[in-house]
Structure formats: structure tokens, C-alpha cells
Design a binder for this molecule. Structure first.
Ligand code: SAM
Length: 282
């Protein structure tokens, strides 16, 4: 057990500071205060963050920290904490670590016994979900899907029986193919495409997956929110059998497909096995 009482002792802190996802005014007073007070700010792209620093008159030195130098820079951060300095991590936009670098840094800093504190603020996932008109809890944040079609489809399949709202980050170049794959795998569901949040062209598109062919080309940054599996779908034996058949058609052996379906639907393997064998006899 490790208990961190962040502000009760005078030890250095790594602050994870959320920054705007478009509108530079979406910066909390505390986020500005912390960024002004720390000794160094590690940023994904120092040129991008420079605009934010200038806008809020933050003069703290910026250091680079991105996915390709995370390991080396983590040691750098630990050296500074050891020297008694406070450090902040920011990403280009939104919350650090949310589909952005920082996870292994946080792990290392905690291992060394230093405090880690998050300064809350904008993140596209919550901003989109809040205004999506879809169920806000429970939800699963998946982030970016794999780019290769087969891997993408496999990931979508993992969630076909999930009853909770599903949230994805997606690029405008891939959204059409992704929606088609989702329609084929998940069936017709309500979705919301949240585009360019907090920016001048902010748009919410509420539609069903069956309408995917009518979606015009899109530009800008996108969050895709998908309604969870309907309740009866998760429970119906018919869907369970269809799920097995779909995995078999996709190349899995019968036993493997039965195992996968049992695991995903949290059922006994034998229940799925018997249902599928009975179905084969009909
Ligand atoms: N750390 C960020 C956060 O907390 O949301 C996410 C960073 S991730 C590298 C960038 C992706 O987040 C974009 O491709 C898009 O899917 C989503 N995103 C970021 N800003 C957005 C915005 N203003 N509107 C819609 N989606 C956005």
C-alpha cells in the first residue's frame, strides 16, 4: 500500500495539467497558477504550447516530452524532482496521458516515491460525451482504434456485447470506414460524432450507424460516441449463437469462438457450447 497526501508535506510534485482542446480560454485559474509556479513544464510540442504560454503570460521554461523521448525525459524529470524542483507535464491539447504520452513517466515518478497530482480541465472524451445525448454512465473510453482493418475489426468485436456507451477518438480520413465496420459488427446503433469541440466549427452529428453512407466528408478533430449493446441483445441466446457464427466466419475455430463468446459475455463455456450445438441440430 502506498498513500500519497499530496499537499501535506513539502516534497516536489509532478503536476499533470490539462490544457484547452481548442479554445485557449478553457484554462482553469489553477492550471495557469500551477504552470506559472513550477520550475519546468514538459510539453509534447514546445512550439504548440508556446502559443498557450504566451496567451496566458506563463514564462516557465518549456522542455520537450513526446512519445519518442519519453523514457529519456522521464529520467530528466526524476532528476529535477530529486533536486527539489516542481515539474508539470502538459500535452498539445486536453489531459496528458489521455491518448497522449505520460503513462510510463507517472509510473516511474511514483516508484521513486514522489507525488503526482492532476490539475483537472478539458479533455475531448468528457466534453463530447456530456453533449452527446447518449447514456453518460457507464461508458468505456477506447481511444484510437488500430489503423489496420483486421485489427480494427477485432477490437470492435471485443465490444459488441458491451452494454455501456463506447467512446473512440478517430481521424476524419478513417471515420467512414470505421462507421461501416461498426455497422457490420455492432448492428444499427445510435451514434454521435463530435467534431472540432470548443472551436468555431464545433459540430455534433446525431445519427444511426445505418446512415453511415450518407455522412459527408468531414474535417477536423473527431470524437465518436456509440450507443452500447441493447440489453436484450446481450442476454438473447440467439445473439450468442450469431456471435459464435460470426467469429467462426472470421476464421476462429468453433471451440475458440465458443470460448471467446463465453468470456466476452461472462457466461459459462458449457452454456455457449450447448446453445451452439442445439442450434446446429435445428
Ligand atoms: N489528450 C487529449 C484529450 O484529453 O482529449 C487527446 C489527445 S489525442 C492525441 C487527439 C484526439 O483527441 C483527436 O484526434 C480527436 O480524436 C480528439 N480531440 C482532441 N481535441 C478535440 C476537439 N477539439 N474536438 C474533437 N475531438 C478532439
Amino acid at each position: 500500500m502506498q498513500v500519497q497526501t499530496t499537499f501535506k508535506k513539502d516534497t516536489p510534485i509532478l503536476y499533470l495539467v490539462a490544457t484547452p482542446i481548442g479554445n485557449l480560454d478553457d484554462m482553469s485559474l489553477r492550471a495557469i497558477e500551477v504552470l506559472k509556479a513550477v520550475d519546468f513544464i514538459y510539453a509534447e510540442d514546445t512550439r504548440t504550447s508556446q502559443k498557450l504560454m504566451k496567451y496566458h503570460q506563463i514564462l516557465t521554461p518549456l522542455k520537450s516530452f513526446h512519445e519518442h523521448n519519453e523514457e529519456a525525459k522521464a529520467n530528466d524529470v526524476i532528476r529535477r524532482l530529486t533536486a527539489g524542483r516542481n515539474v508539470a507535464l502538459i500535452s498539445d491539447a486536453g489531459s496528458p496521458l489521455i491518448s497522449d504520452p505520460g503513462e510510463s513517466l507517472v509510473k516511474k515518478v511514483r516508484e521513486k516515491g514522489y507525488s503526482v497530482s492532476a490539475i483537472p480541465g478539458p479533455t475531448a472524451v468528457i466534453t463530447a460525451l456530456t453533449a452527446s445525448n447518449l447514456m453518460t454512465a457507464p461508458f468505456t473510453f477506447i481511444g484510437f482504434l488500430p489503423q489496420k482493418e483486421k485489427a480494427k475489426q477485432d477490437t470492435i468485436k471485443q465490444y459488441m456485447a458491451a452494454p455501456e456507451t463506447l467512446i473512440f477518438y478517430e481521424s476524419p480520413h478513417r471515420i467512414h470506414k470505421t462507421l461501416q465496420a461498426m455497422y457490420e459488427i455492432l448492428g444499427d446503433r445510435e451514434i454521435c460524432i463530435a467534431r472540432e469541440l470548443t472551436k468555431i466549427y464545433e459540430t455534433f452529428i446525431h445519427m444511426r450507424l445505418s446512415e453511415h453512407e450518407n455522412l459527408p466528408p468531414l474535417k477536423g478533430e473527431i470524437v465518436l460516441i456509440v450507443e452500447g449493446a441493447p440489453k436484450q441483445e446481450t442476454l438473447s441466446p440467439h445473439d450468442m449463437i450469431e456471435h459464435v457464427a460470426l467469429l467462426i466466419a472470421d476464421g476462429e475455430s468453433e471451440m475458440q469462438a465458443i470460448k471467446t463468446v463465453a468470456k466476452l459475455r461472462q457466461l459459462k463455456k458449457n452454456t455457449v457450447y450447448m446453445a451452439y450445438q442445439n442450434h446446429k441440430k435445428t
